[in-house]
Each structure stands twice: as structure tokens, then as C-alpha cells.
Design a protein around this ligand. Structure first.
Ligand code: UGA
Length: 438
């Protein structure tokens, strides 16, 4: 199959590279000429484990290329995937679809022969239908179908998620389009991946329902963690105790400072907005958004309370600023709420993050960035873990203690063992874990 991928951001780039790995001929397109030039040299615009090798291997094999020329890519393709950004529209929470519709208009002019136009970006219900209308209106005689094929990959595990998905959801409304989509995903038959074929609206809703459910699950365990803190229970044991019930499942029950990233915050908002417009309000999701926003803000207060009610004049070591581990992505990261609030309360912040510091330096002015976690901890009055980078788990607590002015840790991801840290002389507080009995 010949595939054109319109938009070479996270989803476009990973999907394009993985489709090439499936054996298809893929042309990834982007308007950003600099990004395309760098990709052609094998330079990745994002940090994603394994992506650089996948891209360079497939370029070398002649199956993957990058271009700014949308018309050529679309003209030669059996399927065109729209993977451009859908940011939150300013002011109302609705997804901004202007890039999607602009891409549809350009695609319409470039189609030659039967082509399936697929939305891969997360788009509100009704978008696929509108894409079809735009193409049909611009070129009434065009031979095409639209399809919706939402992506479920996670940043940091994107390649594994794409190559070994739990399922593939495909919204199509003609046998011809279904055949093309089935051919594209045929390599996954080998690992018996379930293919869920639906109509277009169903596929679109499925994507939002999935993300909203996961965001709800996280928010639920975060509130249970609050309860655990008050009553002397351990949220990890609660999560295990409920998660072993197959109806609930163990994943996404890890408490933390609140969910962030480029998807959950944006998609829950967009779902709430679409649902209100459709007169079917999603009140649970609306509550999740509110609870999560409040939680991210409250985390700074947790640190301040832990320090006895004030952090004025204190030096705070922040470990991890990205919205989760294994990414350099800072979008809607809890650190963006926590760090400025601590600075406003008079603290000096020295931070370290393995991949996110370049972006963070722009978004967190006034923060000093250290070269290592130990350097960040040097002379600190308290250490705050915001992101659960694997390498933080391996830090030597004795070395941290020696480096710090006061051995105090607020662990917003529960990466350390409370008993061990307290045993070593740290004042330690995690999320949803019992305080030692006095
Ligand atoms: C999420 C979904 O997991 C993907 O399936 C989906 O494809 C993607 O959004 C998308 O729509 O593009 P992602 O945003 O990369 O993926 O990251 P997650 O691993 O889901 O984490 C999201 C947030 O939830 C992070 O802030 C993370 O720290 C938090 N989280 C996750 C928790 O606090 N606890 C958990 O147990 C799991």
C-alpha cells in the first residue's frame, strides 16, 4: 500500500514510521520545511524511545520519506491519513479543527484515482463527515471514501503500542474502504489483533470515550489516595485489591499529582464540549476535569504544608518536569502548576529532568536547571518528585541526603519506599500512604 501521512507530529511520525515497518510505502508530509529537512537527515523532532532507529532503518530500506509537497504525496497514495494537530480552541474547550479542514481542502485538490482519506488525529464526532463534505464540494467527481482510524498510542511507549495494539478501531462505510484499511493493518493479523470495524461516528466517539474513561480511572484513584492519607490506609494496596478484580483491571490506578499531557486534558474538554452541544452532558467527565485541575494546583500546597506552612526562602529540588516519564513533552504537565506556585510562595527552584529541560526552560522562567539529580539536590531544603523517571528510582538516597541541606522528600509519584527513606532519616511524604504511627 502507498500511504501519505499529512502532519509529522507525534502521531503522524510514529504512525508513518510504523506503517513503513509493516512494509508499506510511506510519505510523511509537513508544512514545517525545517522539520522535514531535519527528519531527512535522521534528526527526530521529539524524544520517543526507539523512534530514531525505526525512522532511519525504514528510510534506508526505501519505504519511508519526508516531504513538504502534499500534492505529490496524496496523488500517489492509496490512503491518506490526516494526522495534523487539533489543539484546544481558545476560549471554549472545543477542538480546533482548522488544520484538519485545511488539510482536507488541500487533499481534495490532489487526489488522483480511488483514495481513502482517514482521520488519525483525535477529532470530535462529525469531523469525518465534514471532511467528506469538503472534498466532495471541492471536487464532486472525486473517487474517494473517508474513514476514521483513531490512534491509541501512549507517548514514551508509542512504537510498542502501535506495533502491538490491544485493538485497532476503524470507522468505514464502504466495502472498498474497509478492504484498503484491512490491507494496511494485515501485518497485525499475525499477532491476532482484534479489528473493530464500525461506522465513522462510532470510531470517533470510541477514541474520546477511551481517553475519558482512563482519565476518570486516574482521577478516581487520586481521590481515593486523598482518603487513604486521612485515614491511614495505603492506596497502592487498595489499587491492587480492587485492580485484581478483572472487571476493574490493574492498569491506570497509579496515583499522582494529576494527569497531564497532550491528550487527556484536551480530549476530556473536547468531549465535554461536544456532549453539551449534543444535549447529552457528560457530567462525570466534567467533574473529572475540575477535580484534576484543582488537584494539580493543590500539590504545591501539599509541599508547603509539609514544610511547616511556608517555603519562603527555601531551596527546592524538583525532580522531573515532563508530564510523565520517557517523553520530553511539557504540555499540561503538573509541574507547570506546581513550580510557579512554589516560586510565588517564595521558594528557589532547582530542577532536573532527563529529557524535558530544554522545553521547560522556556515554560518555567526563573527555574535553575541542574545537570544531574544530585546537583539539583545540592543544598536543597526539600526534594519534590513530580515525574516518575526510571533513573530517579535508582538514585542513592544516602548521596541525596548528604547533598541536601535538610533531608526532606515529597514524592508525588511514590517512587521511593517510605519505610526505607524514613529509616535513612528522611522526613518523607508520598501520595495516599499512611504516616508512621507515633
Ligand atoms: C494517552 C492514552 O493513554 C493513549 O492511549 C492515547 O492514545 C493518548 O493519550 C492519545 O490520545 O494520544 P499519553 O497522554 O501519552 O496517552 O499518556 P498516558 O500514559 O496515558 O498518561 C497520561 C497522564 O496520566 C500522565 O500525566 C500520567 O502521569 C497520568 N497517569 C497515567 C497517572 O497519573 N496514573 C496512571 O496510572 C496512569
Amino acid at each position: 500500500m502507498r500511504i501519505a501521512m499529512i502532519g509529522s507530529g507525534y502521531v503522524g511520525l510514529v504512525s508513518g514510521a510504523c506503517f513503513a515497518q509493516f512494509g508499506h510505502d510511506v510519505m510523511c508530509v509537513d508544512k514545517d520545511a525545517d522539520k522535514i529537512a531535519r527528519l531527512r537527515k535522521g534528526e527526530m523532532p521529539i524524544y520517543e524511545p526507539g523512534l530514531d532507529k525505526l525512522v532511519t532503518d525504514n528510510m534506508r530500506a526505501g519505504r519511508l520519506d519526508f516531504s513538504t509537497n502534499l500534492a505529490d504525496a496524496v496523488g500517489n497514495a492509496d490512503a491518506v491519513f490526516i494526522a495534523v494537530g487539533t489543539p484546544t480552541r481558545r476560549g471554549d474547550g472545543h477542538a480546533d479543527l482548522s488544520y484538519v479542514y485545511a488539510a482536507a481542502a488541500e487533499i481534495a485538490e490532489a487526489i488522483r484515482g480511488y483514495t481513502v482519506v482517514v482521520t488519525k488525529s483525535t477529532v470530535p464526532v462529525g469531523t469525518g463527515r465534514e471532511v467528506a463534505r469538503i472534498i466532495r464540494e471541492a471536487r464532486p467527481a472525486t473517487d474517494f471514501d473517508v474513514a476514521s482510524n483513531p490512534e491509541f498510542l501512549r507517548e514514551g511507549a508509542a512504537i510498542e503500542d502501535f506495533m502491538k495494539p490491544d485493538r485497532v478501531v476503524i470507522g468505514v462505510e464502504s466495502q472498498r474502504a474497509r478492504d484498503v484499511m484491512a490491507a494496511i493493518y494485515r501485518p497485525l493479523n499475525l499477532i491476532q489483533t482484534p479489528m473493530v470495524f464500525t461506522n465513522i461516528e462510532t470510531a470517533e466517539v470510541t477514541k474520546y470515550a477511551g481517553n475519558a474513561f482512563l482519565a476518570t480511572k486516574i482521577t478516581f484513584i487520586n481521590e481515593i489516595a486523598d482518603l487513604c492519607e486521612k485515614v491511614g490506609a495505603d492506596v497502592h494496596d487498595v489499587a491492587r485489591g480492587i485492580g485484581l478484580d478483572g472487571r476493574i483491571g490493574r492498569k491506570f490506578l497509579h496515583p499522582g499529582p494529576g494527569f497531564g499531557g497532550s491528550c487527556f486534558p484536551k480530549d476530556t474538554l473536547a468531549l465535554a464540549y461536544t456532549a453539551r452541544e449534543a444535549d447529552a452532558p457528560q457530567t462525570i467527565v466534567e467533574q473529572v476535569i475540575e477535580v484534576n485541575n484543582a488537584r494539580k494546583k493543590r500539590m504545591a500546597k501539599k509541599v508547603i504544608d509539609f514544610c511547616g506552612g511556608s517555603v519562603a526562602g527555601l531551596r527546592i529540588c524538583v525532580l522531573g518536569v515532563t508530564f510523565k516519564a520517557n517523553t520530553d513533552d511539557m504540555r499540561d504537565a503538573p509541574s507547570l502548576d506546581i513550580v510557579p506556585a512554589l516560586m510565588a510562595a517564595g521558594a528557589e527552584i532547582v530542577a532536573f529532568d532527563p529529557e524535558g529541560m530544554k522545553e521547560a526552560a522556556r515554560m518555567l522562567p526563573g527555574v535553575t536547571f541542574a545537570r544531574t539529580a544530585y546537583e539539583a539536590a545540592s543544598d536543597a531544603d526539600v526534594l519534590v518528585v513530580i515525574t516518575e523517571w526510571h533513573e530517579f528510582r535508582g538514585l542513592d538516597p544516602r548521596r541525596l541526603k548528604e547533598a541536601m541541606r535538610q533531608p526532606r522528600i515529597v514524592d508525588l509519584r511514590n517512587i521511593f519506599n517510605p519505610d526505607e527513606m524514613r529509616g535513612l532519616g528522611f522526613a518523607y511524604e508520598g501520595i495516599g500512604r499512611p504516616q508512621p504511627r507515633t
